[in-house]
Design a binder for this molecule. Structure first.
Ligand SMILES: NC(=O)c1ccc[n+]([C@@H]2O[C@H](COP(=O)([O-])OP(=O)(O)OC[C@H]3O[C@@H](n4cnc5c(N)ncnc54)[C@H](O)[C@@H]3O)[C@@H](O)[C@H]2O)c1
Length: 336
């Protein structure tokens, strides 16, 4: 039986995770969940946001299904999401966005994937105040040739395996000539190894504008850590919001699956959180585990329910009274 470390997370995490795990269980895939804690819920129980028990479980299972974790603004412990990505060298963050017929959005034919470098850049954790008065602070962006080579290769290999035709390298090499310049140089070198896949490059600010104006000129985008973080929320907005955006964090021997969104404290406890993003993260996990039939079956059921638009949470249909758990029940019903 496949063991998976399960971290329900903070805020809306437990409710959307209960929905997602029920659906996966209903698909009949033999998974044994090892529930562990991280983030605020772990701090409350173990006085540590990332207890040894959690790390030990991940080192054994090598597969993690995780709800969103709260990170306090400008204080408190470091982001546990970032810590997990660095600890297990989960260097590639795959964030797809696809239009759903029933979800109201600006466009109805989006099919995009952002590949975000996940361990370097401005999120490398190198930041401090300068001087005793704390009037100045600096954060250092780290870009390495090795880190760039592997994420660009990952993007091109993903394109090959998923029959994608074009990759855009999004960067800021016009201003950050060293760090972003290195990223762009290495990307262009690696792109030559994949002549069948079209590759272009674009400055990040223009990329944002073009994504909003005419997203269909993009197929896949590969970029550095913070730009990828921002772009993936942008593309989620193009297909109907954060409730529909999953993410897979992939390393050499470990993978972690989640929703792109956070713990949404503004709606926690109200039974209105959309579980779809996490369910789609679960579908990515099933594909990673080779459970393609179950993944397809759940995906079709999610499609039926969203396209129908009746049993969906209010972010997808403001007239709906359907809660998180009820939407999961409807998806399970559509699976049979
Ligand atoms: N991967 C992660 O664990 C992750 C990712 C992003 C943010 N965070 C953390 O989450 C906390 C809250 O961050 P935030 O408020 O900036 O971003 P957020 O993604 O939690 O919420 C942004 C907006 O989207 C809405 N939203 C998010 N998920 C939704 C869902 N499933 N259904 C319906 N609406 C949804 C929220 O209600 C809110 O209005 C912060 O502590 C942040 O650090 C964690």
């Amino acid at each position: 039986m496949q063991k998976v470390t399960l971290i329900k997370g903070d805020g809306i995490g437990p409710s959307i995770m209960d929905a997602a795990t029920k659906i996966i269980e209903a698909s009949g895939v033999p998974i044994e969940w090892e529930e562990r804690y991280a983030g605020v819920s772990a701090f409350d129980r173990f006085q540590s946001p990332l207890p040894d028990e959690t790390l030990e479980s991940i080192k054994r299972t090598r597969v993690v299904f995780k709800g969103p974790l709260t990170t306090q603004l400008g204080k408190g412990f470091r982001s546990i999401n970032v810590a997990l990505r660095q600890e297990f060298d989960l260097y590639a963050n795959v964030r797809p966005a696809k239009s759903w017929k029933g979800a109201h959005s600006r466009y109805d034919n989006i099919d995009l994937v952002v590949i975000r470098e996940n361990t370097e850049g401005l999120y490398a954790g190198l930041e401090h105040y300068i001087g005793p008065k704390k009037n100045t602070a600096e954060s250092i962006a780290v870009i390495t040739r090795e880190g760039t080579e592997r994420i660009i290769k990952f993007a091109f290999e993903y394109a090959r395996q998923n029959r994608r035709k074009k990759i855009t390298v999004a960067h800021k090499a016009n201003i950050l000539k060293y760090s972003q310049g290195l990223f762009l140089d290495v990307a262009q070198e690696v792109a030559k190894l994949y002549p069948e896949i079209e590759c272009d490059e674009r400055i990040i600010d223009a990329t944002c504008m073009h994504l909003v104006m005419d997203p269909n000129q993009f197929d896949m985008i590969v970029t550095t850590n913070m730009f990828g973080d921002i772009l993936s929320d942008l593309i989620a907005g193009l297909v109907g919001g954060l409730g529909l955006a999953p993410g897979a964090n992939i390393g050499y021997d470990t993978a972690l699956f989640e929703a792109v969104h956070g713990s949404a404290p503004d709606i926690a406890g109200k039974n209105i959180a959309n579980p779809t993003a996490l369910i789609l993260g679960g579908i990515m996990m099933l594909r990673y585990l080779g459970e393609t039939l179950a993944a397809d079956r759940i995906n079709r059921a999610v499609e039926v329910i969203i396209n129908e638009g009746r049993y969906v949470t209010p972010d997808l249909n403001p007239d709906s009274r359907t809660g998180t758990a009820e939407m999961a029940e409807a998806i399970i019903g559509a699976m049979s």
